[in-house]
Ligand binder design. Structure first.
Ligand SMILES: C[S@@+](CC[C@H](N)C(=O)[O-])C[C@H]1O[C@@H](n2cnc3c(N)ncnc32)[C@H](O)[C@@H]1O
Length: 235
């Protein structure tokens, strides 16, 4: 894990021994998506300006203590985690993590970067105050395992914060199913057809609050509708 603070800055090299190649490559269990990582912030810029930034701010601005940002990508959440005492940003993709490390080094809050995977978090039980998933549960290999790990590391009075694009209904859902094989390739593993709310409810580990399913993107767009919620552990 790399820490960024006054005395430990700008360690931006990739994980030793892990090659970053064009498009996607697998090295061990780590996939590197160099082109996706290069384009990611530019691809999202309009959405961040029009609604995503505002959503991130509302969801994350009140989180305090130790906040675990799972699948932190290029670090888009960092500017919004203003009240956190410490952020642990988990990102297994070396190409994304390289950008994350740059952003972490510039952050005014304490940020540690980890290359761990959502389904095997190297953190103690009940050790964090909040777990954040933004645009990640569509991509992780096993959303059930990722959410179970989130519950394990979260304190009993902790907060789960989720902002995801999810499965639609009717024709949109059928379109999402049809396009998923291609979307996964261009979207670095993203599944536009995941019913994340049903997955979360099915686990039974969280009491869900403040659910907001919304559409800011065109109705036909596969990465729509979106879901914003907070939840607390039930057991
Ligand atoms: C679409 S990006 C979202 C990045 C960021 N959370 C955001 O809101 O912009 C999805 C991220 O999930 C990461 N990811 C994929 N599989 C993962 C896993 N098993 N554990 C943790 N992160 C993962 C990807 O590397 C990628 O950076």
């Amino acid at each position: 894990m790399r820490a960024y603070g006054a005395d430990m800055r700008a360690q931006s090299e990739d994980t030793p021994g892990v090659a970053t190649a064009p498009f996607a490559t697998s090295v061990g269990s780590v996939r590197s998506h160099r082109v996706f990582a290069t384009c990611y912030d530019r691809m999202n810029a309009a959405a961040e300006r029009t609604f995503l930034g505002r959503r991130r701010a509302a969801l994350l601005g009140g989180l305090t203590g130790t906040v675990l940002d799972v699948g932190a990508g290029t670090g888009a959440n960092l500017p919004h985690l203003r009240s956190a005492e410490r952020v642990v940003a988990v990102e297994p993709d070396p190409a994304m993590r390289q950008r994350l490390e740059r952003r972490a080094a510039e952050s005014t809050i304490s940020v540690e970067v980890s290359a761990a995977s959502a389904d095997a978090l190297p953190f103690d039980d009940a050790s964090v105050d909040a777990v954040v998933f933004t645009l990640v549960l569509c991509t992780v290999g096993d959303p059930n395992a990722a959410l179970a790990e989130a519950r394990r590391v979260l304190r009993d009075d902790g907060t789960l914060a989720v902002l995801e694009h999810v499965r639609g209904t009717g024709r949109l859902a059928r379109f999402q199913d049809a396009i998923t094989p291609v979307w996964k390739v261009v979207g670095a593993g993203c599944h536009p057809n995941r019913d994340t709310l049903t997955t979360l409810r099915g686990l039974g580990d969280f009491a869900i609050h403040d659910v907001d399913e919304f559409r800011e993107l065109p109705r036909w767009f596969p990465a729509s509708p979106m879901l914003q919620l907070t939840a607390r552990p039930t057991r």
